[in-house]
Structures are given as structure tokens and as C-alpha cells.
Design a protein around this ligand. Structure first.
Ligand code: ADP
Ligand code: MG
Length: 134
């Protein structure tokens, strides 16, 4: 099934100049860019985007990090986009990241992991509305 997924290049990867390399990886894997923008999270947007994590012990660090610099958001389309993109970004845990995945290449830790990708079609729809509007 052709799907759309919401992808973020997080502030650590933008700051270190990896936007071009990451977009090249996405295009090489056959993703079409439907929408794209550069912006900076503020605390309110972080709370909406990461609502499911508010109250967890790592949330303050996550919010500080996401507001620390610019993010690049892309709405991406491909066959099986959700699953393929989750595999391409790699694991949350640095020890479990497969070589060649985006988080293995451009992650700087658990929180500063370089990339976000929607975990389901429902999340993709919600996150796309939050970032790009309805
Ligand atoms: P994913 O981004 O792989 O979907 P989660 O939805 O669980 O992972 O977490 C959202 C983001 O919060 C992660 O990408 C990471 O930046 C941060 N995060 C998650 N768990 C932790 C943790 N245990 N310690 C620090 N930061 C975390
Ligand atoms: Mg998640």
C-alpha cells in the first residue's frame, strides 16, 4: 500500500550539517517528498507533538533538545512508507542500531538521535496535521 509518513531531521543532525546526506538516503530508498519545511520547535509545539511522552522522566530533556535548534520536517510517500522508514532510521537504543541506519550514522545519543519517523498510519496523520496543518 502507498503510504505517507511524517519524518523529522532533528536539531542535532541539522546543526551538524547532515540534512543533505539524510535526504539523499531517503530519495535513494524511493521516497517522494510531498511536503518539506525548516522550522524551530517551541515548547508548546513540542508538547503537542510529543503529547504521549509528557510526564515521563526523559520528557524535559526531549523538549529542551527539540527546541535547541532548527528541525527539517518532510512528508514522505512510498510503498509501505511507515515500516520502511522505521527500519531506515534504526533503533532508539544506540547499542541496537544497525550499521548504516540514520540513527547509527547521525545519532548523538538516545535523545539526540537525529531523526523521527511516524510509528503508525494514525500517528502519521496526527503528526502531519500538527506540523503542516490540516
Ligand atoms: P521513537 O522516536 O523511536 O518513536 P519514542 O517515541 O519512544 O521513540 O520517544 C520519542 C523520542 O524521545 C525519542 O526519539 C528520543 O529522542 C526521546 N527518548 C525516548 N526515550 C528516551 C529515554 N529513555 N531517554 C532519553 N530520551 C528518550
Ligand atoms: Mg515514537
Amino acid at each position: 500500500m502507498i503510504e505517507q509518513s511524517l519524518f523529522l531531521i532533528k536539531p542535532n543532525a541539522v546543526m551538524r550539517g547532515h540534512v543533505g546526506q539524510i535526504i539523499t538516503m531517503l530519495e535513494d530508498q524511493g521516497f517522494a517528498i510531498v511536503k518539506m519545511k525548516l522550522f524551530r520547535f517551541d515548547e508548546e509545539l513540542a508538547r503537542i507533538f510529543y503529547a504521549e511522552h509528557i510526564g515521563k522522566e526523559f520528557y524535559p530533556r526531549l523538549q529542551r533538545f527539540m527546541c535547541s535548534g532548527n528541525t527539517v520536517a518532510l512528508l514522505l510517500e512510498r510503498e509501505n512508507a511507515i515500516k520502511v522508514l522505521r527500519e531506515l532510521i534504526g533503533d532508539l537504543s544506540p547499542e541496537k542500531r544497525k550499521p548504516g541506519t540514520i540513527r547509527a550514522l547521525y545519532g548523538d545519543g538516545v535523545t539526540e538521535n537525529g531523526a523521527h519517523a511516524s510509528d503508525s498510519l494514525e500517528s502519521a496523520k496526527r503528526e502531519t496535521e500538527v506540523i503542516f496543518g490540516a
